[in-house]
Design a binder for this molecule. Structure first.
Ligand SMILES: C[S@@+](CC[C@H](N)C(=O)[O-])C[C@H]1O[C@@H](n2cnc3c(N)ncnc32)[C@H](O)[C@@H]1O
Length: 238
């Protein structure tokens, strides 16, 4: 995401928090993008083993991953200069509560960065990405994993406004055009579909979910796939 890296270059991130960090790919972007930073803490509610694995990618002692719920951050008010969440708002059970917590631990005037794919106004190959996400979300949520359909663009902006975050800058980021029928990528996604089919086995509406999975395989071949447009919002709090 060159647009965000460019925006952050030359700036100091200070103390940075990345909520729902997962494997830490957004931490990598922040560490590369900011001109400098004091520390980056990534938190996630996943099992600690996953975070330990992800931590190995960051030998830099200033970067630490911790097991924590976004709804209940164990940091003091105003502790961070920068707080972020990337492609995870639609994974949260209560996005408003997490945003409130992020706002609480952000110092007044600090930087809040949101990066989130959205589902409306997408080209056909991008719609494949959206359909696939929604199929994953339907299977995960039936299995008790918090995962919702992706938001519409305006819903993301409204979420921030409802949480009392002052929206300063908004960017729509679409990955540079690439081969949307790249064979290696399609093969890899076919494997992901297999994995999700297996996860869905035993669910009461398995047949419906399986049919949707097979339709996705066909769509991948016919239409191809491209990354859905992401909304990057830079905000602050007074
Ligand atoms: C798509 S993944 C993370 C993506 C990552 N931020 C990135 O940009 O590559 C979504 C993550 O949200 C985490 N998550 C879901 N609910 C959470 C919560 N309430 N608190 C913290 N993390 C949560 C999941 O464990 C998962 O790792």
């Amino acid at each position: 995401m060159e647009i965000l890296k460019k925006r952050l270059s030359g700036m100091s991130g200070g103390r940075i928090l990345d909520v729902a960090t997962g494997g830490g790919s957004f931490i990598k972007l922040l560490a590369e993008g900011f001109g400098s930073f004091d520390k980056i803490i990534g938190v996630d509610s996943c099992e600690p083993g996953k975070l330990e694995e992800a931590q190995k990618k960051f030998p830099d002692e200033r970067i630490r991953l911790m097991s924590m719920q976004g709804e209940d951050l164990t940091f003091e008010d105003g502790h961070f200069d920068t707080v972020c969440i990337s492609n995870s708002l639609h994974h949260l059970n209560d996005a408003n509560m997490v945003l409130q917590e992020m706002k609480r631990v952000l110092k007044p005037g600090g930087l809040l960065i949101i990066n989130e794919m959205y589902c409306d106004n997408q080209k056909e190959p991008q719609k494949t990405h959206v359909h696939m996400h929604h199929w994953w979300a339907d299977i995960d949520s039936r299995l008790g994993i918090s995962h919702h359909h992706t938001f519409r663009r305006q819903e993301i902006v409204s979420l921030l406004e409802e949480a009392g975050i002052e929206v300063k800058e908004v960017y729509d980021y679409t990955e540079p055009e690439a081969d949307c029928r790249n064979e290696a990528e399609l093969e890899q996604l076919d494997g992901v579909i297999d994995t999700y089919m297996q996860k869905a086995q035993g669910l009461p509406d398995y047949e419906t979910l399986r049919t949707r999975g097979e339709e996705l395989r066909i769509r991948l071949k016919d239409v191809g796939i491209a990354g859905a447009t992401q909304l990057i919002i830079i905000g602050t709090k007074q």
